[in-house]
Design a protein around this ligand. Structure first.
Ligand code: FAQ
Length: 324
């Protein structure tokens, strides 16, 4: 009896795996109702939750400048951008929840320091020009990495990315525009813009992740069509896009060795400091501890809001039950 059940379960699983493989091969979407291999589910939870945490932690470096933006117009734009990032975090947490993890579990992993978020958000923002550099370089890198994710094989992730990418385009343009204004301003303003670009350029290039040879997850994620391009392919595409934009800004590219390789059709960067990248991933970047501390404090001081919302929802349900 038990052998028959086991055989039936194994046959069902084989069938489900074949259906999953066929959907991936045909470039169709996997939806939450579909069977999926455990490793596919775990990979998605890992990537989507890290992505959501990045959006939420990524609000901090820019929120830091809202009260000091140089004009009302700049303040309004920056506030809208930071709010957009919160929205991106929420879409992404919702997408991850469809895979069977709760928002509370993800938040707990983040504030306990057990989850990753993008390395880029562990750097300082000492000047107004940093807002320009973040918009232009960080959002620019994010778009380059995320446009292909709109075609990710997992439906809720791909669909969330469509709206996120539209908003990131506006973010990138506002950053470019801040830098353009500074670059065309006084010599001191131009120096400030160049200095911010010098500090953000290399970390933004590291955002794409380790080189392909050191990227343990890429091959499988590409086979599952979660990632469509490798880390190095996207990095090359990004630096290539920057070349004419540096010219338009009248700023210098900090990478003096950057060159286009005709044979591979790729842009080749100068040496990237992967030790610095690893140090930031290990929690030793300039702002790692402050970012986490702020996130933890915000979570604790927001406890009363969560309690009030839960109590309100409970009362509404009670009212509805009485009315029924
Ligand atoms: N930072 O094998 P791979 C934004 C980790 S959103 C930290 O290549 P994978 C918008 C990686 O997790 C920015 N960790 O991994 C915004 C893995 O560790 P694990 C976030 C990194 O997943 C703008 C290990 O290294 N975007 O900017 C980083 O195949 C302005 C080995 O790496 C996304 O999350 C890194 N940079 O490829 C918001 C996009 N790179 O988990 C506010 C979605 C790698 O095995 C203001 N994610 N690691 O312990 C992805 O596309 C991929 O997950 C990659 C990494 C490309 C990031």
């Amino acid at each position: 009896m038990s052998t028959t059940t086991t055989d039936a379960t194994a046959a069902d699983e084989l069938d489900a795996q074949q259906q999953f493989d066929a959907l991936i091969d045909a470039d169709q979407r996997i939806e939450p109702r579909d069977w999926m291999p455990d490793a596919y589910r775990r990979t998605l939870i890992r990537q989507i939750s890290q992505h959501a945490h990045s959006e939420i932690i990524g609000m901090q470096p820019e929120a830091n400048w809202i009260t000091r933006a140089p004009s009302l117009k700049r303040k309004a734009i920056l506030m809208a951008k930071v709010q957009d990032e919160a929205g991106h975090g929420l879409y992404l947490y919702s997408a991850a929840q469809t895979l069977g993890i709760t928002r509370d579990e993800m938040t707990e992993q983040l504030i306990a320091g057990r989850a990753r978020y993008s390395s880029i958000f562990n750097y300082l923002t000492p000047t107004w020009a940093d807002m320009g550099a973040i918009g232009w370089l960080v959002d620019g890198a994010a778009i380059c990495n995320q446009v292909p994710l709109c075609r990710a094989s997992y439906g809720p992730y791909g669909r969330a990315m469509v709206r996120i990418c539209k908003e990131e385009s506006f973010h990138q343009r506002q950053g470019f525009e801040i830098l353009l204004e500074l670059a065309q301003g006084t010599p001191a303003q131009k120096r400030m813009a160049q200095d911010a670009v010098n500090r953000w350029y290399w970390p933004s290039i590291m955002m794409f992740g380790p080189p392909d040879d050191d990227s343990p997850n890429s091959a499988q994620s590409m086979a599952w069509k979660i990632k469509r391009f490798s880390n190095d392919e996207l990095r090359s595409r990004f630096v290539g896009m920057l070349v004419p934009q540096f010219e338009a800004l009248g700023l210098e590219c900090p990478d003096k060795d950057l060159r286009f390789d005709e044979e591979s059709g790729r842009w080749i960067t100068g040496p990237i400091d992967w030790d610095e990248f690893q140090a930031v991933l290990d929690g030793r970047g300039p702002m790692n501890s402050q970012r986490l501390r702020h996130r933890r404090e915000a979570h604790e001081s927001g406890a009363w809001v969560r309690e009030a919302a839960a109590e309100y929802a409970r009362k509404q349900q009670e009212k509805a039950r009485f009315a029924a």
